[in-house]
Design a protein around this ligand. Structure first.
Ligand code: HEC
Length: 207
């Protein structure tokens, strides 16, 4: 086989995989979350339940042997436009993002990010994250993650009255999550539908 034929075949196979992946259902939250990240998140929050962002800074500082101020400063240096994680390769980031999703987003966006969570108000529903356009834009093109970062960080939509207070329909998480965590939860959203029933092999490895 010539190199060109091999390349063409490889390209066709990759295209087919993308199509198959796109048709597959989402990976359930329970499978996306590795047990160690579930535990890690609970331990992290226990240190400062009222302030999840400060809890993350403190946890990162302890983990990396730096001060809390350094942890915060490093986090603030992360780009707001470019996702440092890859939904294809970073199973740990997908898993950490899934933990955050379950804790903070599921109540509105629903267990499968279909936009059907119990805490939504009539007339203010988010879109189904699996909708063809948003899924492809999110996974292959850089545009949606950038917009998502902005919307998750600063919130958007009409100001509405939720049971726990008034906010934009999509509340702002810039004071609740570290930038790294916002990117992790975006990475989780990007991973939706990328796998079929089985999570990536790296899911069994500790991190
Ligand atoms: C209290 C309910 C609520 C919670 C909690 C919530 N969202 Fe939302 N979200 C919404 C609503 C409602 C919209 C749509 C707003 C609109 O279109 O006016 C939205 C929109 C979005 C969008 C924009 C999608 C698009 O159309 O581009 C993203 C991304 C998003 N949310 C991510 C998250 C993430 C990640 C979390 C958790 C960290 C989260 N949301 C938590 C209600 C919520």
């Amino acid at each position: 086989m010539t190199t060109r034929t091999t390349l063409a075949l490889a390209g066709a196979a990759a295209g087919l995989l993308i199509i198959i992946g796109a048709c597959a259902g989402p990976i359930p939250l329970s499978q996306a979350i590795w047990p160690q990240h579930d535990k890690e998140y609970r331990q992290m929050l226990a240190a400062d339940p009222q302030n999840p962002q400060a809890a993350w800074y403190a946890w990162t500082a302890a983990r990396e042997g730096i001060t809390v101020d350094e942890a915060r400063a490093r986090d603030q240096e992360l780009s707001t436009t470019h996702n440092p994680y890859s939904a294809n390769r970073d199973g740990a980031a997908v898993s950490r993002g899934a933990v955050i999703y379950r804790a903070m987003c599921q109540r509105c966006h629903g267990a499968d990010a279909r936009g059907d969570g119990g805490d939504l108000l009539p007339g203010h529903a988010p879109r189904d994250m699996h909708a063809f356009g948003s899924r492809f834009a999110a996974t292959i093109h850089g545009g949606a993650p950038r917009a998502w970062f902005r919307k998750i960080n600063a919130g958007f939509g009409d100001v509405v009255q939720y049971p726990d207070g008034s906010s934009t329909a999509m509340p702002a998480f810039g004071d609740t999550l570290a930038r790294a965590q916002i990117w992790q939860v975006i990475t989780y959203l990007q991973s939706l539908d990328m796998y079929r029933k089985t999570p990536p092999a790296s899911n069994n490895q500790p991190s």
